[in-house]
Write a protein that binds this ligand. Structure first.
Ligand code: DOR
Ligand code: ZN
Length: 353
């Protein structure tokens, strides 16, 4: 087969993933663990994963649900609150359990009510994190209702991120799910302590998708998708090979009944087709040679963990690949991200493993 139709890469990691708990956890986890070796697990459960004991218990619940033939390691995070216990956090990090801490500005998104209202109140925690080199993962949006929802990321950079960088330049910070040219430019020009994750869906949709022919709750996520020129900037960053940008799918399952309602939840479940989407868009950008950097090299380098030794193979197909359009969880369904285009790349098990 033509090598251009076949691509073997180190096994990817997902540096931003929502797995939830209980029945949803067991339904969605196999889609990630089938292809990914590791994932940074978001802590926005109800109640949140606030302490090392919470993280350890959650990790056990995840591990119990990993299919026996999958080799997958969940990397745990703590949810930063104004009462985070520094000693507990340090113990969790030193034991290797806690890999990062997530900052949700209170009220910014799903299950963020226990998040941070006043950054000054968490400065001692952030200083302790800088001292032990534990990364801070930012949901980078201000919550000020007077700021337009499409501007909340750019304003976060100006009001929160840059002042924080100045106060604590040694703290490693990831601007999670970056959605704007402003965010890309900021991270690109910042020090090597700063990086950004980019989601699959933000590389494929812009804000028009949310309103095409009516309102489309399946494309509603936070940060909200922006204009198409921002999407172009994200695609350029992701496909550039620049080590500051790596994959964080932000796969965030919600039952459709919680999305198709007068106040629908934010989140896109993309774990079931992420790698097909990515291979296709990297091919469109003539950048398949940089796919491995985005999915498998840049993240481990930033987090200071080894690359995965296993490989996966992506193969170009003649007929569109199939994936479940929705998954059933009890009485509920969770819709898979619809890229509104056929996908022609499939993941096949690599025989060199
Ligand atoms: O769209 C989103 N969904 N953005 C977030 O920040 C949270 C996530 C979720 O947990 O559903
Ligand atoms: Zn998220």
């Amino acid at each position: 087969m033509d090598p251009a139709e076949n691509l073997t890469i180190r096994q990817p990691d997902d540096w931003h993933l929502h797995l939830r708990d209980g029945d949803v956890l067991s339904a969605v986890l196999p889609y990630t663990s089938a292809h990914f070796a590791r994932a940074i697990i978001m802590p926005n459960l109800v109640p949140p994963v606030r302490t090392s004991a919470d993280a350890e218990a959650y990790r056990s619940r995840i591990e119990e649900q990993i299919p026996g033939h999958h080799d997958f390691t969940p990397l745990m995070t703590l949810y930063l609150t104004e009462s985070t216990d520094i000693e507990d956090l340090k113990a969790g990090a030193e034991s290797g359990l806690v890999k990062a801490v997530k900052l949700y500005p209170a009220g910014a998104t799903t299950n963020s009510d226990s998040g941070v209202r006043d950054i000054d109140k968490v400065m001692p925690v952030l200083e302790a994190m800088a001292a032990i080199d534990l990364p801070l993962l930012c949901h980078g949006e201000v919550t000020d209702p007077s700021v337009d929802i499409f501007d909340r990321e750019a304003v976060f950079i100006e009001r929160v991120l840059e002042p924080l960088r100045k106060r604590l330049p040694e703290l490693r910070i990831v601007l999670e799910h970056v959605t704007t040219r402003d965010g890309v430019d900021y991270v690109q020009s910042a020090s090597s302590k700063q990086a950004a994750t980019i989601t699959t869906h933000h590389l494929m949709i812009d804000r028009n998708h949310i309103f095409k022919g009516g309102i489309r709750p399946d494309y509603f996520c936070l940060p909200i998708a922006k204009r198409s020129d921002h999407k172009t900037a994200l695609r350029k960053a992701a496909t550039s090979g620049n080590p500051k940008f790596f994959l964080g799918t932000d796969s965030a399952p919600h039952p459709s009944r919680d999305k198709y309602t007068s106040c629908g939840c934010a989140g896109v479940f993309n774990a079931a087709n992420t790698l097909s989407c990515l291979a296709q868009l990297f091919e469109e950008e003539d950048a398949l040679g940089h796919l491995e950097a985005f999915t498998s090299l840049n993240g481990p380098a930033f987090y200071g963990v080894p690359y995965n030794e296993n490989r996966i193979r992506l193969r170009k197909t003649e007929v569109p690949v199939t994936y479940p359009a929705e998954i059933q969880v009890g009485e509920d369904v969770i819709k898979t991200f619809d890229p509104e285009t056929d996908l022609f790349w499939e993941v096949v098990k690599d025989d060199t493993n």
